[in-house]
Design a protein around this ligand. Structure first.
Ligand code: 82B
Length: 343
């Protein structure tokens, strides 16, 4: 581990590895808080390096209550380290498996949070393009946190079909499978339909070990509706699993869809709870005391959102407040050599 990482984090075990990346648990030395560090080797990344840059650029401009927060980017000659919010509840995928399938009310609770995250991502000018239960984590309050923006794209631009070579086909929209130019935002809605079906049924609407057969099923767009699905569930699934992307519902209409409103009575709150540019004054107080500079100077430093260690410390202290903990920093900040008390 290079010094830029070890100086600030005590890196511990690997909790996930996929493709060209690993995710390790680590402890932020100044606060003692747990973070997740995504490690990618530049040589192993090869031509996938632009994907990581796209993910980092997207995460730089995304701050939302249902997206795992990026804290810091450490770029070394051999590897890229992305320090992120640690989400302790595991994957929604595992949660569904343990419960076989979710009752409509519980599925609705999760799905409203997914709609909130995707409405925000689309509004910020991105499409996720890899929505699936494995990319949804649950935090300590059973709230959804969206991860893996490695396939993120600008939804307004028509995408070429790099996706089919590296996405998960079972969640891929028909226009993607057909190799047509497609809009990322409409492909996201299809994946949300697959996701809701998986939450409500415990299995996938289109599934076959033979990829060719799977593609045929997706292009046909016909799926089974088990007897336990309510009429309302069938209607909202149908509005998302439209093979013609222009017939598909948009995320804006999902915000207040009758099925989504049931038992809530209010549309999904999709805006970020973090006002753009808003800075938490209590956290600034803790940090300005710690670093021995004024609160204005500290706020100006944070407002540059450099995703360096100072920025990470700010985000981590904010996350402590979210967890109901008092934001504080442990190690005395050694400003040069500490002067002897009696001098
Ligand atoms: C699974 N699990 C169980 C507990 Br308890 C905590 C976790 C957990 O993973 N927590 C967690 N917090 N923060 C993160 C994670 C996982 N994680 C991830 O980014 N995890 C993804 C998981 N993808 C799902 C499909 C393919 C890989 C990952 C991406 C590349 C390599 C390895 C893992 C972050 C960093 C954002």
């Amino acid at each position: 581990m290079p010094r830029e990482v070890c100086d600030y984090y005590q890196v511990r075990e690997t909790i996930g590895s996929g493709g060209f990346a690993q995710v390790k648990i680590a402890k932020h030395r100044l606060s003692g808080e747990t973070v997740a560090i995504k490690v990618m080797n530049k040589v192993a990344l090869g031509e996938d390096l632009p994907r990581v840059q796209r993910e980092i650029n997207a995460l730089r401009s995304l701050r939302h209550q249902h997206i795992s927060q990026m804290y810091q980017v450490i770029d070394t000659p051999d590897d890229i380290y992305i320090v992120m919010e640690y989400v302790p509840g595991g994957e929604v995928f595992d949660y569904i498996v343990t419960k076989d399938r979710l009752l409509e009310d519980e599925a609705r609770k999760f799905f409203r949070q997914v709609i909130s995250a995707i409405a925000y991502v689309h509004n910020e000018g991105f499409a996720h393009r890899d929505l699936k239960p494995e990319n949804l984590l649950l935090d300590r309050y059973q709230n959804i946190k969206l991860i893996d923006f490695g396939l993120v794209a600008k939804p307004q631009s028509l995408q070429d079909n790099l996706y089919t070579c590296c996405g998960s086909p079972a969640y891929a929209a028909p226009e993607l499978i057909a190799g047509k130019p497609y809009l990322g935002s409409k492909a996201d809605i299809w994946s949300m339909g697959i996701l809701l079906y998986a939450l409500l049924c415990g299995y996938l609407p289109f599934d076959d070990d033979n990829t060719v057969k799977l593609y045929k099923q997706i292009l046909k767009g016909e799926y089974e509706t088990p007897r336990w699905l309510s009429h309302g569930s069938i209607k909202i699934l149908d509005s998302m699993l439209q093979t013609d992307p222009n017939q598909r519902i948009t995320v804006k209409h999902l915000l207040s869809h009758p099925w989504v409103m049931t038992n809530y009575g209010v549309p999904v709150e999709w805006r970020s709870k973090y006002k753009p540019g808003s800075i938490d004054s209590e956290v600034i107080d803790v940090m300005s005391q710690y670093y021995g500079i004024g609160t204005t100077e500290m706020s100006n430093e944070i407002a540059e959102w450099k995703f360096d260690h100072v920025c990470a410390t700010y985000y981590i202290l904010c996350n402590m407040k979210y967890q109901g903990k008092r934001p504080r920093l442990l190690q005395p900040f050694v400003r040069g050599v500490l002067k002897e008390k009696n001098t």
